[in-house]
Design a protein around this ligand. Structure first.
Ligand code: ADP
Length: 623
C-alpha cells in the first residue's frame, strides 16, 4: 500500500516538525492508508489491526468533525481539537489536514497527564488550600476584568478563604464582582491588580478602602496563565494600626502646638513684669505712691497669671499620671458655687459680663473635695468669661434631680464648632482661632475639669449651636445619699491672722527669703532669716520661733534635715513647721511629714495660706 498520494499533498517539513506525533493518512473514504510507529504505539494496537479500517472506527468521537472535512480545501487552516478516546480513556490532541486528493492526514498526540503528576498536583493544591484556610490573613484569588485597552475596570472573586469575610465584611463574595459589591471602591485598586495581571510583577502596598471603611496591607501576585489574568491577594485589615498612627500624629501635632503656645503664654507676662520693675525703680525715687500701687497691682496680676498657668500644667501632668487624689466629704453645693463665683469674679468683672446664678431653694449636698470641685467650676466660669466678647451674659444654674444634680454654665459667647465639641476635653485641644487673634490659654483647663469631675463620679458635657452661638457646659454629679446636719461641711473663709509671732524664714534663694520675711514684718511679726539648713538650725535655737518656713532644697543641710534637728529642741514641740518647695507630689508631702513638718506648701506660697495657718494656731503667749 502506497501512502504517497495522500502524503504528497502534505509538506514533508510538517511531518518532520511533528516527529513526536502519531501520523495517520486516509483516503477519500477516510480509511487508514498509512500510520507511523508513533501512532501504532499511541493507539496500542498492531499496525495490521488499524490499516484499512475507517478512521471513525478508531476515533468514534471525531464523527462530527470528520463529517465537515469534505467541505475543506487543501491549504485551509487545519482543524485542531482535543478528544478523549472512549476505549483507552486517554486524551488526544488532533490536527486534521485535508489533502488535494480528497483524503486527509491526521497528526495526533497523547495529552493525557501522567497519573503520578496529577496526584502530586492535587496533593500540593490541597496543602495550599489548607494553609490559606488556616491563616488569619485574608486570601482570595480574583480574575481581573479589563476593557479593550487593557485598563482594569473590575475584578471577580474566584475563591476566598474563611478569614476573607472577617477582614472585609463581604459575604458570599465568590462569583461576584467588586464593583457590584462595593460600587465606591477606589480606581487605584483596579489599576494595581490589572498591572499585576498584565506584568506578572508581584506588589506589596498599603491602601485605604473607603467603601469598606478599612485600611489594608496587601500582597498581590499573579497565578496561572497570563491570559487568565488571575491574581492572588494576601491581605490584612490594618485599620486599628492606622487609627493609632493617626491618633499619634494628631497628639504630636497638638503637643507641638501646645509647646509653641506655652512658650508664648509664659513669655507674655514677662514683658509687663519687667516694665513693672522699671516703674518701681523710677517711681521709688519720685515717691509717687499712686504709681507704685498701680505697678504693684499690675505685677501681682501678671504673677498670678503665670502661677495659674504653671499650676494648670502641674495639675494636668499629675492627673494624667494618676497622682491626684481627692478627699471627699459632704458639702453643700451652694458653698462650692459661691466660692467658684468668687474665684472667677475678677475675670468676669474685667470683661464687664453680667452673671446670674440660680440655686435651688433647698440645700443640695454632694460628696466632694471642695477645693477640687471649686477649681473645676471656676475653670468653666473663667472660660465662659474668656470666650465671650465683653459685656456678655453668663448664667450658672443648679438643678437637682432624684439622684443627681447638674450645674450648667451658659454663655452667649464665641460658641464651639460641632466637630470640636468632644475634642475640646482632650489635652492641649483648642478651637482654632484666626491667626491674628491672640491665643487665650493652653488647652488644658477642660482636660482638668473633665478629670476632676469624673473623679467625683460625675460627667461634664459641652453643648453649642455653633460658632458665635454661645456655649453651655453641664457638670452632673451624684447627690450625697444622706441628709446632713445643719452647719456641717461648709467651707470657711480664711480667718484673719491675730497676734504677732516669732517667725524664721529659711531659703537659699535670697530674694525669696527676704521678700517673704518683708511680708511677715509688714504684718507685724518678728522675723529672722537663714540661707541654708545649718544656719536655720542655729537661728532657730537662738530665736525659738513659733513659725518656721523652711525651703526643702537648701545647701549644707536640706530642709528635711533641718526640720528633724529643730524638732529635737524641747521648745519646738509646739512650733509650726512649714515646708516650702517646688515639689508637691504625694511622696514629697509624705517625706516632709515624716521629717516633722506640719504643713507642705508649694511655691510660690500665697500669703493668705500662711495667714490662715497662723490664725489657726493657739493664741500667741507673748502678744
Ligand atoms: P484654654 O486654656 O485654651 O482655655 P481649655 O481646655 O479650658 O483650654 O479649653 C479648650 C478650648 O475649648 C479653648 O481653647 C476654647 O477654644 C474652647 N472653649 C472652652 N470653653 C469655651 C466657651 N465657654 N466658649 C467657647 N469656647 C470654649
Amino acid at each position: 500500500m502506497n501512502p504517497a498520494p495522500a502524503l504528497a499533498a502534505f509538506e514533508a517539513a510538517e511531518i518532520l516538525a511533528h516527529g513526536s506525533e502519531g501520523v495517520i493518512a486516509c483516503d477519500k473514504a477516510q480509511r487508514v492508508h498509512y500510520l507511523n510507529p508513533v501512532a501504532e504505539r499511541a493507539l496500542g494496537r498492531p499496525r495490521e489491526a488499524l490499516l484499512n479500517r475507517p478512521l471513525l472506527e478508531i476515533f468514534p468521537g471525531l464523527k462530527s468533525h470528520l463529517a465537515s472535512l469534505p467541505g475543506m480545501q487543501p491549504g485551509d487552516q487545519a482543524l485542531e481539537l482535543e478528544q478523549q478516546d472512549a476505549v483507552s480513556g486517554r486524551s488526544f490532541h488532533h490536527s486534521l489536514h485535508p489533502t488535494s486528493d480528497g483524503g486527509l492526514v491526521m497528526l495526533f498526540r497523547d495529552v493525557t497527564e501522567p497519573r503520578g503528576m496529577a496526584d502530586a498536583l492535587s496533593r500540593s493544591e490541597e496543602k495550599y488550600r489548607d494553609l490559606f484556610n488556616a491563616i488569619d490573613e485574608g486570601f482570595c484569588v480574583i480574575e481581573v476584568l479589563v476593557d479593550e485597552n487593557g485598563v482594569g475596570i473590575d475584578y471577580r472573586f474566584l475563591e476566598v478563604n474563611p478569614s476573607f469575610e472577617r477582614q472585609t465584611g463581604l459575604i458570599d463574595a465568590v462569583g461576584k464582582c467588586m464593583r457590584e459589591m462595593v460600587p465606591t471602591h477606589e480606581e487605584h485598586w483596579f489599576s494595581i491588580y490589572a498591572h499585576v495581571a498584565a506584568t506578572g510583577e508581584s506588589t506589596r502596598f498599603e491602601n485605604r478602602a473607603q467603601g469598606l471603611n478599612r485600611w489594608y496591607d496587601v500582597y498581590a501576585f499573579r497565578v496561572g496563565k497570563p491570559e487568565d489574568r488571575h491574581v492572588a491577594i494576601l491581605f490584612n485589615d490594618i485599620s486599628q494600626r492606622k487609627a493609632a498612627e493617626e491618633e499619634r500624629q494628631e497628639a504630636d501635632k497638638r503637643k507641638d502646638e501646645f509647646l509653641a503656645i506655652l512658650a508664648h503664654e509664659l513669655r507674655n507676662p514677662l514683658a509687663p513684669l519687667r516694665n513693672g520693675l522699671e516703674i518701681l525703680k523710677l517711681a521709688g525715687s519720685t515717691g509717687d505712691g499712686e504709681l507704685l500701687n498701680r505697678a504693684c497691682t499690675m505685677m501681682e496680676r501678671q504673677v498670678s497669671h503665670m502661677v495659674s498657668l504653671v499650676d494648670d500644667l502641674l495639675d494636668a501632668n499629675r492627673i494624667s499620671r494618676g497622682l491626684i487624689t481627692i478627699s471627699r466629704k459632704r458639702v453643700d453645693l451652694a458653698d462650692i458655687v459661691r466660692h467658684s463665683v468668687e474665684s472667677a469674679e475678677h475675670a468676669i468683672r474685667q470683661q464687664e459680663h453680667e452673671l446670674t446664678v440660680q440655686l435651688p431653694s433647698r440645700e443640695v449636698y454632694v460628696d466632694a473635695d471642695a477645693v477640687r470641685l471649686t477649681q473645676a467650676l471656676t475653670n468653666l466660669l473663667v472660660n465662659a468669661a474668656k470666650y465671650t466678647e465683653p459685656g456678655g451674659r453668663i448664667a450658672l444654674a443648679v438643678k437637682r434631680d432624684d439622684a443627681t444634680v447638674s450645674i450648667a454654665i451658659t454663655d452667649n459667647g464665641a460658641g464651639i464648632p460641632p466637630h470640636m465639641l468632644n475634642r475640646i476635653f482632650d489635652l492641649f485641644a483648642q478651637v482654632e482661632v484666626a491667626p491674628h487673634q491672640p491665643s487665650r490659654g493652653l488647652g488644658i483647663g477642660l482636660t482638668i475639669v473633665k478629670q476632676l469631675v469624673e473623679m467625683h463620679g460625675g460627667t461634664v458635657q459641652a453643648h453649642s449651636e455653633g460658632v458665635g452661638k454661645g456655649s453651655r457646659f453641664t457638670v452632673t454629679l451624684p447627690l450625697s445619699p444622706e441628709r446632713r446636719a445643719p452647719g456641717e461641711g461648709t467651707m470657711d473663709q480664711a480667718p484673719r491672722a491675730r497676734g504677732h509671732r516669732r517667725v524664721l524664714v529659711a531659703d537659699d534663694n535670697r530674694d525669696a527669703a527676704e521678700s517673704l520675711a518683708t511680708m511677715f514684718e509688714l504684718l507685724g511679726h518678728q522675723v529672722a532669716i537663714a540661707y541654708d539648713g545649718e544656719q536655720a538650725v542655729a537661728e532657730a535655737e537662738r530665736l525659738q520661733p513659733e513659725v518656721l518656713l523652711l525651703d526643702l532644697g537648701m545647701p549644707r543641710l536640706d530642709g528635711l534635715g533641718a526640720a528633724r534637728r529643730i524638732r529635737e529642741f524641747p521648745w519646738a514641740m509646739t512650733a509650726v513647721l512649714i515646708a516650702t518647695t517646688g515639689w508637691g507630689q504625694e511622696q514629697d508631702r509624705l517625706a516632709s511629714r515624716t521629717a516633722g513638718f506640719d504643713h507642705h506648701l508649694v511655691k510660690p506660697v500665697a500669703m493668705s495660706d500662711l495667714e490662715k495657718i497662723i490664725a489657726e494656731m493657739p493664741p500667741a503667749d507673748a502678744a
